[in-house]
Design a protein around this ligand. Structure first.
Ligand code: ATP
Ligand code: MG
Ligand code: MG
Ligand code: MG
Length: 472
């Protein structure tokens, strides 16, 4: 049965609320955790609860959220798979010692089959290689043994970063049909092809990863689960790609209108339309949470996404100011769930215009410079100096240079690039530049002023609820 993204989101939260979980707001994309660059999963805001540095108040048995996430590890492949987005919403529920595997598996199964109505024969389950207990639990719920398989650390041991709460996990996959498979006799859940779509990860958070790599038992056995909202929307809307679901399809349509290209006619244009649709959401939400384009850290991630979106837009004939058209649509589609993107609309607009202005002006020359360098190349490696000039003079994030060079089968000498960067930093220090950022981006100061003038407006609903839980 067709369900909108909004319906799925609400059904999930209501389901776990009904089980006794406290419905809590998404936390900011800027994590309150120095070990992480960006919020990449629902569990991030609950780390102190897993460590029992914070306690959940009675009578709740856990929490449930829809969490905005940005995953930098997926940026390179965005648009090449139907299931990866750099920004996505994760539906989660979390237990800090109250309920564990048995309850969680039963609820995940019940929600999938009875609430969403997914056909049980299309569901597949994986467990961590030494976790026979969870195999038994799935079997008791009626899952045939042929639909359960074991996977190793890479897939079925979950960690948010090098340290902190982590544990073995069990994942649920939806079989989209053999016709979407790779055809390999080994094709099974965990395969990279489009047949088995991973939609829900249930982590049995039992350990606290230490600096030295060892695992320390946590004081309680916990649950951390994440279900990708856009992936579930694809399943419930009968499409194979996240980009064809209600929300993202509307963003692809913005690009169709701007470029005059219809989605589904040309592979390169489709890829560009997907990348811009995805990146525009990351950009909007990152700015709304107070991230500014910069040369480092999360600001650099933002700049890279912005500039890649601008470059992809150029490639399909969209020039000048266009990204705010996407933001308008995002605000229309998602503003009721995430009021911060509405409240910070002015900041989003101005930062995007500034970035379009700067990068738009040098993009063409940079592209010409790069094509020439690639054409004149003798080996298969682009010198680090060339990548540095592209970065320094034309504003090309090095990942963009790598991407374009990569399309021609050419690698970038990253060591040489880093060395040139280091020399520049040393020069800046010697010249007494207070802010190395200003040396790269002549409008560095404008951002700071804008931020002072316009926000980001803090959405008080968040801090108010968070305060409540802290006090409790
Ligand atoms: P994949 O193997 O497909 O990359 P993952 O194992 O990295 O996914 P988890 O870390 O287990 O993903 O995250 C929990 C859930 O969040 C996934 O089961 C999926 O539904 C969703 N999810 C993860 N990464 C993305 C993404 N880049 N875009 C959209 N949804 C995602
Ligand atoms: Mg992944
Ligand atoms: Mg996976
Ligand atoms: Mg997973």
């Amino acid at each position: 049965k067709y369900m909108t993204t909004a319906e799925i989101r609400e059904k999930y939260l209501a389901y776990f609320e009904d089980k006794g979980c406290k419905r809590m707001p998404s936390s900011s994309l800027i994590p309150d955790d120095p070990s992480l660059l960006l919020t990449s999963a629902g569990m991030v805001q609950f780390k102190p609860y897993f460590l029992h540095q914070k306690e959940l108040e009675a009578p709740y048995i856990g929490t449930t959220t829809v969490q905005k996430c940005v995953r930098t590890n997926d940026i390179d492949i965005i648009g090449t798979t139907g299931r990866h987005l750099s920004f996505f919403e994760m539906l989660g529920n979390f237990s800090f010692g109250a309920y564990f595997k048995k309850e969680m598996c039963a609820w995940a199964y019940d929600f999938s089959v009875n609430v969403l109505g997914l056909p049980p024969e299309k569901l597949y389950f994986t467990v961590f290689e030494d976790d026979d207990e969870t195999i038994e639990i799935w079997k008791e719920l009626g899952v045939p043994a042929s639909h359960i398989s074991k996977l190793g650390e890479d897939d079925n041991f979950w960690r948010a970063g090098p340290t902190g709460p982590c544990g073995p996990c069990s994942e649920i996959y939806f079989d989209q049909g053999e016709e979407f498979g790779c055809g390999s006799p080994d094709c099974a859940p965990g395969c990279d092809c489009d047949r088995f779509l991973e939609y829900w990860n249930c982590v049995f958070t039992q350990f606290d990863g230490q600096e030295d790599g060892t695992l320390k038992e946590l004081p309680s056995k916990n649950i951390d689960t994440g279900m990708g909202l856009e992936r579930m929307a694809a399943i419930m809307q009968g499409v194979q790609s996240n980009y064809e679901t209600d929300v993202l399809r509307s963003l692809v349509a913005v690009g169709e209108k701007l470029s005059g290209k219809a989605y589904g006619e040309d592979a390169a244009a489709d890829l560009a339309l997907r990348i811009i649709a995805d990146h525009s959401r990351s950009v909007t939400f990152m700015i709304a949470d107070g991230i500014l384009p910069s040369n480092e850290g999360r600001g650099y991630v933002l700049r890279r996404l912005l500039r890649r979106a601008i470059m992809k837009a150029h490639s399909i004939g969209i020039e000048g100011h266009f990204l705010n058209d996407y933001v308008d649509e995002i605000v229309r589609l998602m503003g009721d769930v995430y009021p911060e993107i509405v409240e910070n609309r002015e900041l989003e607009r101005k930062l995007i215009l500034a970035e379009e202005e700067r990068f738009g002006a040098t993009l063409r020359q940079g592209q010409a410079y790069l094509s020439q360098a690639l054409a004149g190349l003798e080996g298969a490696v682009l010198p680090g100096d060339t990548a540095f000039t592209l970065h320094d003079t034309y504003g090309f994030p090095v990942e963009i240079t790598q991407e374009i060079a990569g399309e021609a089968g050419i690698a970038v000498d990253m060591e040489g690039f880093e060395a040139a960067m280091e020399q520049q930093r040393a020069r800046a220090r010697a010249a007494g530049a207070k802010d190395a950022e200003a040396a790269w981006s002549t409008y560095g100061g404008v951002h700071a002023e804008l931020l002072k003038e316009l926000g980001p407006t803090e959405f008080v609903g968040y801090s108010a609820t968070q305060l409540e839980t802290t006090v409790a």
